[in-house]
Write a protein that binds this ligand. Structure first.
Ligand code: NAP
Length: 310
């Protein structure tokens, strides 16, 4: 496993981070038991993953708690998130404190390494900064949180408008952004700002449906061709990746592409399958795709900032 420094936090993190949310939620979607899901976390740790990302709303904090019972807490970086918008916007302090206490209890720990405000839309950013950030800062002073983060609502904010505003303000140690082969707009809107301010980055949406389901990839590409956002002869403009032997699968190409993007620190991979986990960790640790391939991928999708890969 390769490790990098997560920006100004100074934390040494594995380049592959285990996403405990997303469609699979460690296998909870498919009705796997809490013990089976905890097994995915333990396997990830054995393979060198030291970064776990979850959230109050994913329902996987108890699974992390179970896994941590037999893993060394101090060797693991836990990232979790405060549900946002708040259920009770009139009591940001009370609600945020209760959420954090609940996360600590469920994960059987007394501190969170990286605490986010979750999925903040551009129009909600001012409220998050004014009402929730000061509470999170207090919790950090109390030693319950080590670093403060914000994640974007990529599905509603595919051009990263919230992060483009938030990053110059310098409140955030870590940010989570959507980035993949199809929508590379974070290269323009996010990474130059995180690099300038030495902010840690977590990449979500590397694979999602588009790269794990070839039919969905064709549909998305067909849509982009129709809108004249890509110049391609057919609906399979990425077939060359496999035909030329640059990668053995679209999933592999998708993770490798993200991993070697300048400014990207942790690439989150979400799965409920032990085989996929192993494959994905291998992919994320492979060398970059050949330079001419990366150049071609940048060229094909250079005008696209209106899809997520879902
Ligand atoms: N706004 C936010 O804060 C926010 C929003 C979304 C996500 N996130 C975080 O980002 C993490 C990563 O997102 P994600 O979970 O969607 O991850 P992802 O790695 O982009 O995609 C995961 C999907 O791909 C499938 N998959 C993974 N490996 C595969 C393989 N080798 N072959 C075939 N299919 C494969 C998974 O299904 P299988 O289970 O079958 O492998 C799952 O459906 C989440 O878990 C969550 O922690 C945060």
């Amino acid at each position: 496993m390769n490790y990098v420094t997560l920006g100004r936090t100074g934390l040494r993190v594995s380049v592959a981070g285990l996403g405990c949310g997303g469609p699979s939620r460690l296998g909870m979607r498919d009705g796997k038991s809490e013990e089976e899901c905890a097994g995915i976390i333990r396997s990830a740790f054995e393979l060198g993953v030291n970064f776990l990302d979850t959230a109050e709303v994913y329902g996987t904090e108890p699974v992390i708690g179970r896994a941590l019972a037999t893993l060394p807490r101090d060797k693991i970086i836990i990232s979790t998130k405060k549900k946002f918008p708040l259920d009770n916007p009139k009591d940001p302090e009370g609600e945020t404190r209760r959420s954090l206490e609940q996360s600590l209890k469920l994960m059987r720990t007394d501190y969170i390494d990286v605490y986010h405000i979750h999925g903040v839309e551009p129009r909600e950013y001012d409220y998050a900064k004014r009402e929730v950030l000061p509470v999170v800062q207090k919790l950090r002073e109390e030693g319950k949180i080590r670093f403060i983060a914000i994640s974007e609502a990529f599905v509603d904010d595919m051009t990263h408008a919230m992060l483009a505003r938030a990053l110059p303000e310098n409140h955030w140690d870590v940010v989570m952004a959507g980035f993949n082969i199809l929508n590379q707009s974070a290269r323009r809107e996010v990474f130059p700002r995180t690099i300038a301010a030495n902010v840690g980055t977590l990449v979500m949406f590397a694979v999602r449906k588009a790269f794990s389901q070839p039919k969905r990839l064709r549909e998305v590409c067909a849509e982009l061709r129709k809108k004249k956002l890509i110049d391609a002869a057919d609906d399979e403009p990425l077939a060359f990746l496999l035909n030329d032997g640059a990668a053995s699968s679209y999933v592999e190409a998708a993770y490798r592409f993200c991993r070697h993007e300048p400014g990207a620190h942790v690439i989150l991979t979400g799965t409920g399958s032990a085989e996929h986990l192993k494959e994905n960790i291998e992919s994320i640790n492979k060398p970059p795709l050949p330079e001419e391939v990366v150049k071609r991928l940048r060229e094909i999708f250079k005008r696209v900032d209106c899809v997520t890969g879902n």
